[in-house]
Ligand binder design. Structure first.
Ligand code: SF4
Ligand code: SF4
Length: 64
């Protein structure tokens, strides 16, 4: 149960990172990734994945 970032769409803007309740989003060397081992899809924190809400690009963050 995790979300993942479509690298073809992601601009590594970092907008999705600050509000992740599990600190699962990291940008390294210009690539932003979600750690599938810690992402909870925001269960128990938000009704929908916060990163999807924050990302300006539709369809960039999808279910893994
Ligand atoms: S779905 Fe929630 S827990 Fe998973 S990466 Fe996005 S903000 Fe973080
Ligand atoms: S907000 Fe969207 S485009 Fe920006 S780093 Fe996150 S996934 Fe990539």
């Amino acid at each position: 149960m995790a979300m993942k970032i479509d690298q073809d769409l992601c601009t590594a803007c970092g907008d999705c990172e600050p509000d992740c309740p599990t600190v699962s989003i990291v940008t390294k060397k210009g690539i932003t990734k979600i750690n599938a081992d810690t992402c909870t899809e925001c269960e128990g924190e938000y009704d929908t994945p916060k990163c999807v809400e924050l990302c300006p690009i539709k369809g960039c963050i999808i279910k893994a």
